[in-house]
Design a binder for this molecule. Structure first.
Ligand SMILES: NC(=O)c1ccc[n+]([C@@H]2O[C@H](COP(=O)([O-])OP(=O)(O)OC[C@H]3O[C@@H](n4cnc5c(N)ncnc54)[C@H](O)[C@@H]3O)[C@@H](O)[C@H]2O)c1
Length: 338
């Protein structure tokens, strides 16, 4: 009797051990000392799907790590200084990259290209070298170009898997949901919006006609709302008056997307969200990266959803998006090729 219950207990223990072991997930944040990196690290520390957090920056990551590590959740936290990038990447399954400079008033995201392109390229090279199996989430702007840069670097190193590279466009989705709730007087939980295209000005295309509260808007309200979703980032840049761009809402959005990916990786079904990935949707027009609804699963990208029915106005937005997006993507690819 006793022996049998002991065996049963041992089996139960080993089963629960192996199932929790299967969910061990080490997440790295590169740029963890910055305006986005710090609150993002804090939010990831509170995510039970993250078991180990690896914080890297050229400035200040050990301090952020020491601070965040006191939060009373189970995950362990380690901070790495500038010369320990490889150590920071060892064994990571997910790498989130908010490293780089943010905008100042009057700047577009493309104005950041010169500085951020090389930062992202060098970090991608380290990922290719140390953790080539990792899922890589790009926050650094201009996302329309930095994602193709990372893809090209990984491709050159022979380790590119398009299912594991994501441009984080979640802030556009978060803004669209919040702003639509505001103009229609509803709760944001009821005003989810699919946002497609890219992550910059006119390349951001919200598909309001696909939502219950977005499809009945009059023309003027619709136009103002679309503009606000496309250029909402400028409101923050202007209000911060030279001190940077969105950091807190972006950290929230980055943590939200990371959580969606982690849920997909551990096998949850039906995790679908827009993200900027290598995509066939407009590849026949020479645009091989595009954000649309993507189902996330154990391998990362499981399925890229088509846009679905869109209105004539949204078709116009898309027509304006595509040429800009194409240029941004080519600029990123050329940077690595040259
Ligand atoms: N995807 C989005 O929706 C979105 C939204 C807002 C901002 N952003 C972008 O995120 C980036 C970061 O913004 P922020 O406000 O946190 O800027 P920030 O200047 O506050 O922080 C950037 C951090 O990156 C670090 N860094 C620079 N070079 C590095 C390198 N080689 N390796 C590691 N770390 C490095 C800096 O030391 C700094 O701590 C910007 O490019 C910004 O445009 C993206």
């Amino acid at each position: 009797m006793l022996a049998r219950s002991a065996v049963r207990a041992a089996l139960t223990n080993s089963r629960s051990f192996s199932s929790s072991a299967a969910r061990q997930t080490k997440v790295a944040v590169l740029g963890a000392g910055g305006g986005i990196g710090q609150p993002l690290s804090l939010l990831l520390k509170t995510n039970p799907l993250v078991t180990s957090l690896s914080l890297y920056d050229i400035r200040g990551a050990p301090g952020v790590a020491a601070d965040v590590s006191h939060v009373d959740t189970a995950s362990e936290v380690n901070g790495y200084p500038a010369d320990q990038l490889d150590q920071a990447l060892e064994g990571v399954e997910v790498v989130v990259i908010p490293a780089g400079v943010p905008r100042k008033p009057g700047m577009t995201r493309d104005d950041l290209f010169n500085t951020n392109a090389s930062i992202v390229r060098d970090l991608a090279a380290a990922v290719a070298r140390v953790s080539p199996q990792a899922h890589v989430l790009i926050i650094s702007n201009p996302v329309n170009s930095t994602v193709p840069i990372v893809a090209s670097v990984l491709e050159k190193a022979g380790v590119f898997d398009p299912r594991r590279l994501f441009g984080v466009t979640t802030l556009d989705v978060v803004r669209a949901r919040r702003f639509l709730a505001g103009v229609t007087n509803n709760h944001p939980k009821d005003t989810g919006v699919t946002v497609v295209g890219g992550h910059s000005g006119k390349t951001i295309v919200p598909l309001l006609s696909q939502t219950a509260y977005g499809k009945g808007l009059d023309q003027e309200t619709w136009s103002k709302l679309v503009y606000r979703i496309q250029f909402g980032g400028d409101e923050v840049v202007k209000a911060k008056d030279g001190a940077g761009s969105a950091t807190l809402s972006m950290a929230y959005a980055g943590a939200k997307f990371t959580d969606a990916l982690l849920r997909g990786l551990k096998g949850e079904k039906g995790v679908v969200t827009p993200t900027f990935v290598k995509s066939d949707l407009f590849a026949d027009q020479g645009i091989d990266f595009f954000s649309s609804n993507v189902e996330l699963g154990p391998n990362g990208v499981e399925k890229i959803h088509p846009l679905g029915p869109i209105s004539a106005e949204e078709q116009k937005l898309l027509d304006e998006c595509l040429p800009d997006l194409k240029k941004n993507i080519e600029k990123g690819k050329n940077f690595v090729a040259n």
